[in-house]
Write a protein that binds this ligand. Structure first.
Ligand code: NAG
Ligand code: NAG
Ligand code: NAG
Length: 848
């Protein structure tokens, strides 16, 4: 009898195992968030998840995708965290093994909905105008003929091919991805696969079905194999897919890589848990090479959200093991929140070192009002703006769409270009791809004042990354590319500061010196990505900004002021990232300058920060894969050593005299005072690595602009100080100038505020204002990058947001203009109006 029982249980276990092995990933059962709770657990390898389910009184749902020892369990709906309660009670099971000890990590799942990075695109030209335009009236005749010749040569008979300006622009020469030369070489995306992680993919569209890759596809919202669009607005993913791999046939247009395969991974149509998102981002990760992601946390200029730990693990798992260890290519849209002052460094997907962040430019090579800027942005490519958008496939058997836009449309175009790269060099790693994107990016709008030279000589703009993608250039470079050695990293100790941040134009500067020895010990040859991990408290988070300055003097604006962000949460264990230091050695003093940009009742404190340098290893043999987050140590993440000694913290002079004394007390008391210079126990350890850190050295006394008070007569008799006196005098003149400027600005602000108080729409009023300067100040919102210096520029961005860009474009529509004018008079604000246009546009799209 006993024998039979154990046989039965063995058989049961085997069948569960079989079931688990058959499905890929195991046990993708439908979720039921209405009547069930889900728990993600990481168990010790020795644990049997079915047994754990019994202990916990939960149902075993299966492994979480590719994450070893991570399992999903379900239980009845309750406000309680059942696993948490269980661990609290430390119940012992019958055999005496403490089941609690087998749980390494647990997280109750709270489903959430991610936002598509679709923007309401500007109205498309009227059909009549469109015909005129694409019929050649407005096109350059030679360019149009050229495009027609190429179409003929390649047997492209797709009806909207000639409208696909992003592939070959026949009006504004050169404003396209420059792909046709590759097609003529036969490079069209063969053998490459891109997964569109989105709201579905219409695999029955005549324009997509031949390139649809079923094995790489899954619907994580409805838990069925086919990620079919089901909701009325499930159109985004299909449109993205069309940009990449619309088939060369007689339907709509062609994809940039029209012989590549596209898979659909549907996650955006309903709520989804972190566990499912983690499974999705590793789905079929040996076949799906590129994951195109045009979504993220809200782009509202207020959110500061990073992927949860399970998702972070999945992303790194994909990097370490996807594509046979070459790493999944994650492409993320930078975000559409620029008009709300958003910055892609406040989004944990776009500022990940593992994703290639792609922003947008429009068909005239202008910055569209929506495209976010940040130091983590790698490149840009084409999307909506200046009166047109991306023309692509839509949901339906033979449906096209001419209004696809936002950074949503830029990311897939980049993904398609990367598919072309992989079709030529499938062995390239995820980092090789980043090198190629960076190295071959083309600088444009070079005179807009936003480009800075990096240490390697290449230009970088927070708005455009290293420039725009050029398909031809990146593929040619890929053919010859010498693959880089594996990744290595250096992580500084946690640098404890705990110092208040002065308000106004001054700032708090904190430094850390990296020595050659540290990097050698870390096997790090040269830098690619730099991260600043930071904790800061503030009564109004959006008031803060942070600059990172490398030893070579390269400045990354890693955090910018965000006017809409009134959160009191501060920066909590946030990783800011910059690609601007790519190629630097990393040796020398790194500084962060934290500013509290607004003088108001909200103040803040920089708690701590640390520096993480990622790059190419010196010795490939000893390089290792980075462990998954939370698995660095044995059990929990080993806390990194903390030090207070290796930092010198200095108050920066404020340009506002009154602030200055407020911020620093009496400057003469501590003109040059390193804050928190007391060594602690841990600090001694850190000092072994960095013996010079606590002795003031030349580096720390020659900090630029750090010691305004040193001009005071009580200080400075040495030659060095003399030099400083003169420098300071120059600075003072600058400050006076700055102060006057500031006062003028404040007055203008006050005026705007009065208008706002009087019930008029602030932005609206300001935009209507005749004053260029003021428009800029308003338009910039949190876009501090340009706010200070580029008033006029930003005004145009906001102007674009009003859909007015086409007034300078070729499709200026009198009716539209009239309506805008009457809206103005009626005082309708911008957002609702743009919304109206958007809805109208969608309606048109559906009808066509
Ligand atoms: C575009 O591709 C062609 C080859 O088709 C190449 O000669 C050219 O340099 C590329 N770049 C531009 C800006 O045209
Ligand atoms: C695609 O891959 C297969 C197998 O690896 C190879 O034989 C074939 O030549 C490739 N096709 C192209 C167009 O590169
Ligand atoms: C703001 O200033 C007050 C008074 O100096 C101080 O007590 C408080 O801790 C500060 N808040 C932050 C977040 O630093």
């Amino acid at each position: 009898m006993r024998l039979t029982a154990s046989w039965i249980s063995l058989l049961l276990q085997l069948s569960t195992l079989e079931l688990a092995l058959a499905a890929s990933p195991p046990l993708l059962r439908p979720r039921d968030y209405h009547s069930k709770e889900y728990y993600a657990l990481q168990l010790r390898p020795s644990a049997v998840p079915e047994e754990m389910a019994e202990h916990l009184g939960l149902q075993f749902e299966g492994q979480i995708g590719q994450l070893n020892d991570h399992y999903l369990f379900s239980g009845p709906k309750t406000d309680e965290d059942v696993v948490h309660e269980f661990r609290r009670r430390r119940k012992r099971d019958s055999s005496g093994v403490d089941a609690n000890d087998l749980i390494m990590f647990s997280e109750k799942q709270t489903p959430k909905k991610l936002e598509k990075r679709t923007v309401i695109p500007p109205p498309p030209p009227h059909l009549k105008e469109k015909r005129q335009f694409w019929g050649g009236m407005r096109s350059d005749q030679n360019l149009l003929q050229g495009m027609m010749d190429i179409g003929q040569k390649l047997n492209i008979n797709d009806p909207i091919f000639l409208e696909q300006w992003h592939l070959m622009n026949t009006v504004d020469k050169g404003h396209d991805v420059n792909v046709t030369g590759l097609w003529l070489e036969g490079i069209t995306g063969h053998n490459s696969t891109v997964a569109i992680v989105d709201d579905g993919l219409d695999m029955y569209s005549e324009d997509l079905k031949d390139n649809y890759f079923a094995e790489g596809s899954y619907d994580f919202n409805d838990h069925v194999a086919e990620p079919r669009p089901r909701l009325s607005d499930d159109r985004h993913g299909t449109r993205c897919a069309g940009e990449i791999a619309a088939v060369r046939n007689d339907v709509c247009g062609v994809g940039v890589a029209y012989d590549a395969k596209v898979a659909g991974i549907r996650i955006l149509s309903k709520q989804i848990s972190d566990a499912d998102e983690a499974i999705a981002l590793n789905y079929a990760y040996q076949q799906n090479q590129i994951y195109s992601c045009s979504w993220g946390p809200p782009d509202d200029g207020r959110s500061m959200e990073a992927p949860g730990v399970l998702i972070k693990k999945a992303i790194l798992k994909g990097i370490n093991e996807g594509r046979d260890g070459k790493g999944s290519i994650f492409v993320f849209a930078s975000g559409n929140g620029a008009a709300s002052g958003d910055n892609c460094n406040f989004d944990g997907y776009t500022n990940s070192i593992y994703s290639i962040t792609v922003g947008a430019i429009d068909r005239k090579g202008q910055h569209p009002y929506y495209s976010e800027h940040c130091s983590a942005q790698m490149v840009v490519t084409y999307s909506s703006g200046s009166g047109d958008a991306i023309h692509t496939t839509d949901v339906g058997t033979n449906q096209c769409y001419s209004g696809h836009g936002g950074t949503s449309a830029a990311a897939p175009l980049a993904a398609g270009i990367f598919a072309l790269v992989l079709s030529v060099r499938p062995e390239l790693t995820w980092r090789d791809m980043q090198y190629l994107a960076k190295n071959t990016a083309v600088v444009f709008n070079e005179d807009d004042g936003l480009w800075d030279k990096t240490a390697s000589g290449q230009l970088f703009s927070h708005r455009y990354g290293f420039g725009k993608l050029d398909a031809y250039a990146i593929v040619q470079a890929a053919k010859e590319f010498k693959q880089v050695k594996p990744q290595a990293w250096y992580k500084s100790p946690v640098l404890s500061v705990n110092h208040e941040i002065p308000q106004g134009a001054g700032g708090l500067k904190s430094e850390f010196k990296v020595t050659k020895e540290m990097l050698q010990k870390a096997n790090l040859e040269r830098i690619e990505h730099v991260q600043v991990h930071m904790n800061a408290k503030h009564g109004r988070r959006g008031d803060m900004s942070v600059d990172l300055i490398s030893p070579e003097g390269i400045v990354s604006h890693i955090a910018t002021r965000r006017d809409q962000d009134s959160s009191t949460a501060g920066y909590k264990d946030w990783n800011f990232m910059s690609v601007k230091h790519w190629g630097e050695s990393g040796v020398g003093t790194w500084s962060v300058i934290v500013r509290d940009t607004r003088e108001n009742q909200y103040n803040g404190t920089l708690v701590d920060w640390s520096l993480i340098l990622w790059g190419e290893s010196i010795n490939a043999e000893t390089a290792e894969l980075h462990p998954l987050p939370g698995e660095e140590g044995q059990q929990k993440a080993k806390p990194r050593p903390t030090t207070t000694a290796a930092v010198t913290t200095t108050m920066l002079p404020s340009t506002h005299p009154a602030d200055h004394s407020e911020a620093t007390g009496n400057p003469a008391d501590h003109p040059n005072r390193p804050v928190n210079s007391k060594p602690t126990g841990d600090a001694n350890k850190a000092n072994e690595e960095n013996p010079t850190a606590d002795t003031p050295d030349l580096d720390s006394t020659t900090d630029s602009a750090s010691y305004l008070p040193s001009f005071l007569p009580t200080f400075g008799v040495s030659a060095a100080t003399q030099a400083w006196i003169y420098a300071s005098l120059v600075l003072i003149s600058l400050f006076i100038f700055g102060f006057s400027f500031y006062v003028i600005k404040q007055r203008r602000k006050a005026r705007a505020a009065r208008l706002a108080a009087s019930g008029m729409d602030y932005e609206f009023e300001a935009l209507d204002g005749e004053d260029e300067e003021e428009r800029g100040g308003v338009a910039s919102g949190g876009n501090s990058e340009a706010a200070a210096t580029k008033g006029g520029k930003k005004a145009r961005d906001l102007y674009d947001a009003f859909g007015a860009s086409d007034s300078e474009g070729m499709f200026s529509d009198d009716e539209e203009e009239e309506r805008r004018e009457s809206d103005r008079q009626r005082g309708i604000d911008d957002s609702s109006r743009v919304g109206e246009e958007g809805r109208g546009l969608l309606g048109r799209g559906e009808r066509s």
